[in-house]
Every structure is written in structure tokens, then in C-alpha cells.
Write a protein of this length. Sequence first.
Length: 217
Amino acid sequence: VVGLYNAASAGNVPPFDGLEAALLDHAADVLAASLDRQLERARTLRGGLVDPLTGWNSPRYLQARLGEEIARAQREGNSVSCLVADVDRLQAVNDELGYAAGDRVLQELAARIEAQVRASDTAARIGGDAFAVVLPGTDAPRAAPLAHRILSAVRSGPVDTGGGQLRDLRVSIGIATCRPQPGVDRKGVADQLVADAVAALHRAKRAGGDRFELPTG
């Protein structure tokens, strides 16, 4: 139920009829049309902020939340970290089992990662087989246990791809962190934080995958 419209006569007043009934019907039509517009607006908004395959947040939503967390870190003098995970050898799954199987892998991976993140964290699919998690109030050493848990969860069992069992699902993870100073450009900080996490991810890939890398320096 998304709406309720109720009209009643009081005491001994007869039930609505004639002009009164027509006016009430018209009012109900106006309210229903208004509600339809609001629901359509909500669907449109949600459609731009949610990844349809995994149900995770979209890159657009991640950017908005990252900006908010950087602003909060500036106010409170805290760190904020970003973790980026990417499936190892997903293209081989697509080539051998088909893209539908690859989609099943991504859905299962999203579920396994989501089971490990905190309620205060923000997770998003940022494109292809890449996923990001924003960790407010967290520096790189404290983000490392989450990376460990994600790696273990991803390895925890086979994935039913609909065309067979994938028994060797692995990911690589990059972690970056910052402690933004008051007055700095938040968007610039956000973009650099994600770029640093992606650079750490690439180091993990070059090292053979199935591992995570912390920031350098």
C-alpha cells in the first residue's frame, strides 16, 4: 500500500452523493496522479543511483557519498579510506562460460563483499568488474582487516554460474587513504583517493592477484 484516501460523513449526515461524490472522486484522481508522479520521480532517481545488475550503489552515488565523507573527515580531523576490488581473470570466465555466467560471478562477488562491510561503509560498483568501498574514519592499517575478510569470503566456495561451477574465484584489492585538510578541494581529494586505490589495485594485479596492496610511501 502506497497511499490511502478516506472520506467519511459524521453523525447522522447522509452518505455522499451527487455533486459531493463527484468532487470526492475528482480529488481522488488528483491525489492519485500526484502520487504517480512522485513514484516515477523516485524510480528515475533510484535508477541513476543503483547498479541494476548487483543492486549496489552506482559511481554517481559513490562520488556524492565520498564528498560527504571527506567533508566530515575535514571537520573531525579523521582519515577516510577507499578500497577497490577487481575480479581476477573474469574475461576467461566470459570466454569459456559466456557473459551471463560472468554476470552471475559479479552478483555473487557483490554479495560476498557486502557481507563483510560495515553499515557505515558505502559500497558501489564502479564499472565492469570493479567494486569500491568507502571507509569513513578509517586509515589504511585499519582497512587491511576488511581486505583480508573480503579475500577469504571470495575464496570461501564455488560460484554457480548457471553453466557450471566456478571453483577458483579470486579478486585483487587496492587500498588508499587520506586525511583531508580544511579548505582543500573535496572533489580533487575524492578523485585522487580513488585513483590511488586503483593504482594500488594494479600493483596487486602485477604481483599475481588474489591479494591486496596498501598505499606506498
